[in-house]
Design a protein around this ligand. Structure first.
Ligand code: GLC
Length: 739
């Protein structure tokens, strides 16, 4: 009897210790509760305040008022301030000069790299390479933490089918399956296995939610969609990042179903906390709280603060609503002490998880800052990933270029280093860009083989440079024309009502084509463009996005065939704006356009229904052949499953990488189903003549969706599976499923 009692006691003690350890790992650090018992109301409010540093020519500088607030414990978090020295300076104030010495949290927009800048996220997603994107995020985390930062406002998980919206450049395109894989990869890359490691960075899932669906594509505009559509096509990437362990979420500026996301308890509590089990903290987007007054949802900024925190908004970025009114709201009972404590506890537990309570200065290392940023390895990786993100849209054989042939390089963007970095390069600096596209082509082509003429700028009506450009073209064997958008024509607050190539660039293309010289067009842009008028004049079109610090060299690597392009579009390119929104997971409608001469079918009078370039489109310098789709069985039921496989063969002369895509269609559902949904993809590298079998699993989860009663799950019925190198180039097979 004594022995079993002893064993019982031992087990209980061991269990309690594990639970405590587990609690600490699950954001329940025992030091937090002890600390909170000692905190005043002012100090608690201070932990929910996030203020920005200014950035002057001498570097970051917190306004004196903010520094006084930090010293008084009224501001516990700052952003836009980095360098190891400056963050140490600020941290010393918080740790040594405040009553409780609670460490500051330092945040920053590390969107696609910190000092080594990778392609913009829409470019990264075109690589369809989550592993590489994870590595890029890991590099960004190492560089950012070496500069004293703890927290990035990334990954941006907003799905979008809106090319007018400038911030489509910051996301992973239109597809929830690809977007989810990328959001999770970026989160893993930032946070690693141990958030207290000084080289890992707190991720922030943004902009929650559905910010990418603004009406008319105008930034900050109204978002309204059914809950079904929200859950099926917009929420998955946020959820994937939360499931990957992200410990902060940023609410979006937009309203959803009439309620601003900043105070939308359906999003912040019902879905994020109750359904997804999110344990971290939620931060508003810049002044999002007091913007609810303009939304017409809050009577004034105090009311906005009340609505926000009661809906689950933990931290106030820059609006100062919490700073000014939260204490009174608590003292007046409009906000309960429990609500306040819950928010403070979440913030402090994340600071503990970062290791800041163990060593507030662990991220302030000038030695790391001097040795871990812009390393040759980081730049080499950025160069290869930039090349991998580029999409060969068309090619009549103009590409690849041959080294030694005479090339006329034309276009202002060819000679720009700044535009390579995109609109949200954060700490990326132009002086770190080693080469423009022109510089890199000159190096690759060999001395004396390149002539340059600006031709025209990326905006404006000045045609005075056309004649010199045409002269350059006549003197060359091929033309490389670099055109597109200024890097500030996408990104935040950069919506366009016209998605064609701006200015007189298209006119220049047509004149260059009229010389009879083959023209390879390189596109620098941050959104899907309407290229319908340009495509016929281009011998080849390479979508290069804004390819980052090493983008100049990466473009040259692809143009000369040192890298065989493998990118695939992660967003549909329409024929014109009139087709928008256009995406691959469209519904069939009751009158699908199937009879070319029919009138009463879902069609346009002036353009085909198909886009100019479909989701998943991307060419190579080699060619790939797909076998028919093989199924392991014609049907399956319940928890079973089948496989769908193809054999892909490189039928060309050079090695290449192909992203094999698998789509599913549910022919009949309790609600209508898309004609295609991406449910799998795999990158395969094949030598000339090499074949590889690619196998995809299909099971009940693959077929699941929000059924008529809004439950998630499969339904019995007939299905099609499509496999190919683009959503519009697939082989198909049919199978059935019995639930
Ligand atoms: C901006 C953006 C958000 C960014 C934040 C901090 O307005 O919407 O993406 O993280 O403010 O810079």
């Amino acid at each position: 009897m004594k022995r079993s009692l002893f064993l019982l006691v031992v087990t209980a003690v061991v269990f309690a210790a594990c639970a405590r350890t587990q609690e600490a790992g699950s954001l329940n650090d025992p030091r937090v509760d002890k600390l909170m018992k000692r905190m005043t109301l002012d100090e608690k409010v201070g932990q929910l305040v996030l203020f920005t540093s200014d950035w002057t020519v001498t570097g970051p500088s917190m306004r004196q008022g903010y520094i006084d607030d930090i010293r008084a414990g009224r501001c516990g978090n700052i952003f836009n301030a980095y360098t190891a020295d400056y963050t140490r300076k600020m941290q010393e104030i918080a740790v040594n000069e405040t009553r409780l010495g609670i460490p500051l949290l330092f945040g920053y927009d590390v969107i696609h790299g910190f000092r080594t800048i990778f392609p913009i996220n829409l470019g990264l997603s075109s690589s369809w390479d989550p592993q590489a994107i994870e590595e890029a995020s890991r590099i960004a985390a190492r560089e950012a933490t070496a500069a004293g930062l703890h927290w990035t406002f990334s990954p941006m998980c907003d799905i979008s089918v809106e090319p007018r919206w400038g911030r489509i450049s910051e996301g992973a395109g239109e597809d929830p399956f690809l977007g989810s894989a990328i959001s999770a990869a970026m989160t893993r890359g930032y946070q690693g296995e141990d958030l207290s490691d000084p080289a890992t960075l707190l991720a922030c899932v943004k902009h929650y939610a559905a910010y990418g669906a603004p009406q008319a594509g105008r930034d900050y505009n109204t978002v309204d969609m059914s809950e079904r559509w929200l859950r099926e096509f917009y929420l998955p990437p946020y959820k994937a990042a939360v499931e990957a362990g992200a410990l902060s979420v940023m609410a979006s500026f937009n309203e959803l179903d009439g309620v601003p996301a900043t105070a939308n308890s359906f999003l912040l509590k019902d879905v994020l906390r109750d359904e997804w089990g999110f344990k971290g903290f939620v931060v508003s987007d810049y002044t999002g709280i007091n913007e609810m007054v303009c939304h017409g949802y809050a009577a004034d900024e105090a009311d906005a603060g009340r609505l926000a925190i009661n809906a689950g908004m933990d931290m106030d970025m820059q609006s100062a609503s919490y700073f000014n009114y939260l204490k009174d709201l608590v003292q007046s009972g409009k906000v309960s002490r429990h609500t306040l404590d819950e928010s403070v506890r979440r913030v402090l537990n994340v600071k503990a998880a970062l290791g800041l309570f163990d060593d507030p200065y662990k991220y302030c290392s000038p030695e790391r800052e001097a040795t871990e940023t812009l390393t040759e390895e980081n730049k080499a990786f950025a160069r290869s990933l930039a090349a991998e993100s580029m999409v060969l849209l068309s090619n009549d054989g103009t590409l690849p270029l041959r080294k030694g042939e005479k090339i006329a390089v034309i276009g202002a963007l060819a000679d720009s280093k700044d535009d390579l970095l995109g609109s949200w390069r954060g700490a990326g600096e132009v002086q770190s860009v080693p080469a423009s596209i022109l510089d890199a082509i000159r190096e690759a082509a060999g001395p004396g083989n390149v002539v340059y003429a600006e031709g025209c700028k990326e905006m404006g009506e000045d045609r005075s440079g056309f004649s010199r450009a045409l002269t350059a073209a006549y003197g060359a064997s091929k033309v490389v024309l670099v055109i597109g958008e200024d890097c500030q024509w996408s990104g935040e607050a950069a919506s366009r009502s016209d998605i064609r190539i701006p200015g007189v660039q298209s006119e220049l293309l047509q004149k260059l084509a009229a010389t009879g010289k083959p023209v390879a067009v390189v596109l620098l842009n941050g959104r899907p463009l309407d290229l319908s008028e340009d495509l016929p004049y281009a011998g080849a079109m390479l979508e290069a996005w804004f390819p980052g610090t090493m983008g100049g060299y990466a473009v040259a690597d692809v143009l000369f065939g040192d890298v065989n392009p493998s990118g695939k579009l992660s967003v549909t390119f329409p024929r014109n704006l009139g087709q928008v929104p256009i995406y691959h997971y469209a519904k069939n409608t009751g009158r699908p356009y199937v009879h070319p001469e029919a009138k009463y079918e879902s069609r346009y009078l002036d353009v085909p229904n198909e886009p100019l370039f479909a989701f998943g489109h991307g060419l190579s310098y080699t060619s790939f052949e797909y076998s028919p789709v093989e199924l392991s069985a014609a049907s399956f039921s319940g928890e079973g499953g089948i496989t769908a496989s193809v054999t892909v063969t490189n039928t060309g002369e050079v090695e290449g990488t192909e992203t094999v895509q698998m789509y599913i269609r549910d022919l009949v559902g309790s609600v209508t189903r898309p004609v295609k949904q991406l449910k799998g993809f795999e990158r395969v590298r094949l030598a000339p003549g090499e074949s590889r079998e690619v196998v995809f699993d299909i099971d009940a989860a693959t077929l699941s969706f929000y059924r008529a009663d809004m439950t998630w799950g499969p339904e019995s019925g007939e299905f099609k599976v499509f496999i190919g190198g683009a959503s519009d180039k697939v082989n198909e097979a049919s199978f059935s499923y019995l639930d």
